[in-house]
Design a protein. Structure first.
Length: 648
């Protein structure tokens, strides 16, 4: 124990020496190396040892006077020696090349009495190995001290999956990493098996389970950014069976620098676990309603609204108007867009107008539309958290239905060319107030189009399911629960949902809006539905843990079933009608949904508005049942203000 304490004390003492003092020590050491190199060169040349006092001092002075300034100018004294590695070869080689040419020209060409001319060639070669070797020795000794002090044997051990360029660069980047030990590579190319790169052996993926067990591997680092999603999913499926933590590198398009660094390693995102092949967007559709046009986005600070804004600004609109009720959310997206504006290098920059406003403020909305006269509107503002809307029924309907009405009416009055409503799969045969309110907003646009067929405004509805990492998504909650050691709360074992990434959903919304001929209901292809319980298991397993259940009592994370929340469905649907129509885009379909005529809907909306003002919740729900096909409530009110006693 005393030896370890002495080592710790010695290492700390050395590290605490001031930087300038360390440089002086290194300069003195290099001067000594110059003398040693001359002495060794004489021995090699004459095959006998010479005492230092018998060596012509001039040859020593010349060596030191030339070497130290060259080393200084070459930056050798700026490098922190304990972190030096093989990358030091280039600067040391350059410095010694300059030194060698100068030293050789003096010693070999002009000669020095008592010193063979060949010393001018031999001494710089020896000095190179002494200088480089001394620095690598310090680096090695520091590493050994660190390993002794921090018991490197218990550091996490990792395999890099992929022995290609990205994998090799990653191992190089991790060479000085003091938090993880790279054991070797995994690769599917049998020609590489049993070979080594950078001192790390390459193993076959077929032996992965055995290698993980025998080498005590805790982490797998995926360094295969260029493979397609289906192959990536197959690899993740196999890794999902093993108790290891999986980390990954971004895709090739994200690694734009061409150089992989430690900071590129990230946790697996949920989209990595979904077998969704990306479809390249149609640039013509993306540009149609945005390029050189004034675009307005409501709910611009929300998860969908903010991503819509990021996609829109890349398409060079004439102006982008942000309408948002939350000051903080508006500030955030405005700052993000200003930074993005700079990166786009479009002079003088796209005008961005942030407006604090509620879509429920009819007069404010009319004034905004009258002032800026937008060409295209993306209406993303909505209350979408099912339990919250279920507990705040009047406010939820006022915002989602009448807020949409005010924005649509203003668009019609100001002759907006294209209006896109962001809807939800919860609007299809809804079991909750949020879904019913979104369906009623759809019905209003459909009836409005039916009444004003000759108007210039084309209304369009885009309906899709859950988006990953949105403000209403359960995925961030699951991640936090896993990080905290569980339990993970799940409402029901059979809950199934569709999932899509926010950027993909936003791009498809823009493209769908461009295809509208007048109040079309577009459905985004969400792929196959995912059972939430299966998704949780994948997330837990790829975190290096296991789910604790009746089949695995020794598991790490328990899944706790809490029961369905008010208004929550087991399964979501995307189509209300039958026989959806295909479009020119493989990820977008057109629904054929029934709607209510304006003459029938208008009086009910007027009545609904009166009921909301009077907060007659039971009557509101009865009217919703009448207007929205498939909606029914269970007779138990959950409105937080009015309470259940309203039915008595």
């Amino acid at each position: 124990m005393s030896i370890k304490k002495n080592i710790n004390y010695l290492s700390r003492s050395i590290l605490e020496i001031p930087r300038y003092a360390k440089r002086v020590i290194v300069i003195i050491f290099d001067s000594v190396m110059c003398v040693v190199a001359i002495w060794a060169a004489l021995y090699l040349r004459l095959d006998q040892f010479f005492p230092l006092n018998e060596i012509n001092s001039l040859v020593i002075y010349i060596s030191i006077i030339i070497a130290i300034p060259i080393f200084w100018l070459s930056g050798l004294y700026k490098a922190i020696i304990r972190y030096s590695d093989k990358s030091l070869v280039a600067p040391v080689s350059f410095a010694l090349l300059i030194y060698g040419l100068m030293y050789m020209s003096i010693v070999t060409v002009y000669t020095i009495p008592g010193v063979p001319r060949s010393i001018g060639i031999i001494q710089p070669l020896i000095l190179f190995f002494l200088v480089f070797g001394s620095r690598m020795s310090v680096h090695f000794l520091y590493d050994r001290l660190y390993q002794i002090n921090n018991r490197v044997s218990i550091l996490p051990k990792a395999l890099v999956y992929g022995a290609g360029i990205a994998g090799r660069q990653l191992v190089s980047a991790l060479d000085n990493n003091l938090e993880m030990k790279i054991v070797g590579f995994i690769d599917d190319d049998y020609l590489l098996h049993n070979q080594s790169i950078q001192g790390k052996e390459i193993y076959s993926s077929k032996n992965l389970k055995f290698i993980i067990k025998t080498k005590k591997i805790t982490h797998i680092l995926l360094a295969i950014p260029s493979i397609n999603r289906s192959k990536r999913m197959n690899i993740l499926k196999e890794l999902n069976k093993l108790k290891v933590i999986v980390r990954t590198l971004p895709s090739v398009k994200d690694l734009v620098s061409g150089k992989v660094t430690v900071s590129d390693i990230r946790e697996l995102e949920i989209e990595d676990l979904l077998a969704r092949e990306e479809v390249l967007p149609n640039k013509e559709l993306l540009n149609k309603n945005i390029n050189l046009k004034t675009v307005l986005v409501t709910g611009a600070g929300g998860s969908i609204g903010s991503e819509l804004c990021r996609q829109i600004i890349k398409l060079n609109p004439k102006r982008l108007i942000l309408v948002e009720i939350s000051e903080y959310a508006l500030y955030q997206i405005h700052q993000d867009l200003l930074q993005l504006n700079k990166k786009l290098n479009i002079e003088p920059g796209i005008p961005i107008t942030p407006l604090l406003a509620s879509i429920q403020d009819k007069n404010k909305i009319k004034k905004i539309f009258n002032t800026f006269k937008p060409d295209t509107v993306y209406h993303a503002a909505a209350y979408k958290h099912v339990p919250l809307v279920e507990g705040n029924i009047c406010e939820g309907i006022r915002n989602n239905v009448f807020g949409t009405k005010f924005v649509a009416d203003a668009a019609l009055q100001e002759k907006v060319s294209d209006f896109v409503l962001i809807s939800s799969d919860k609007a299809v045969r809804p079991t909750n107030v949020m879904g019913a309110s979104k369906r009623l907003a759809e019905l209003y646009l459909q009836s409005l189009t039916d009444k004003f067929k000759d108007k210039i405004t084309k209304f369009c509805i885009v309906r899709f399911g859950n988006v990953l990492e949105s403000s209403g998504s359960v995925i961030p909650k699951f991640k936090k629960q896993i990080k905290n050691g569980g339990p993970i709360t799940l409402t029901d074992e059979n809950v199934t949902r569709y999932f899509m990434t926010i950027p993909e959903a936003s791009q498809l919304v823009i493209q769908a809006g461009a295809m509208s001929a007048g109040c079309d209901v577009f459905i985004l292809d969400m792929g196959k539905p995912i059972k939430i319980k299966d998704l949780i298991k994948r997330m837990v397993n790829l975190s290096g843990l296991t789910v604790k259940d009746k089949h695995n009592l020794d598991g790490d994370i328990e899944v706790k079933i809490t029961g369905l929340r008010p208004g929550e469905k087991l399964y979501e649907e995307l189509f209300l009608g039958i026989n959806p129509l295909f479009t020119n885009h493989p990820k977008i379909q057109r629904a054929q949904d029934p709607f209510i005529s304006w003459s029938n809907l208008e009086p009910d909306l007027l009545h609904l508005n009166e009921l909301i003002d009077q907060e007659k919740v039971a009557e509101i729900l009865n009217l919703l049942e009448k207007l929205v096909q498939g909606y029914s409530w269970n007779g138990k009110l959950v409105d937080e203000i009015n309470g259940e006693d309203i039915l008595v």
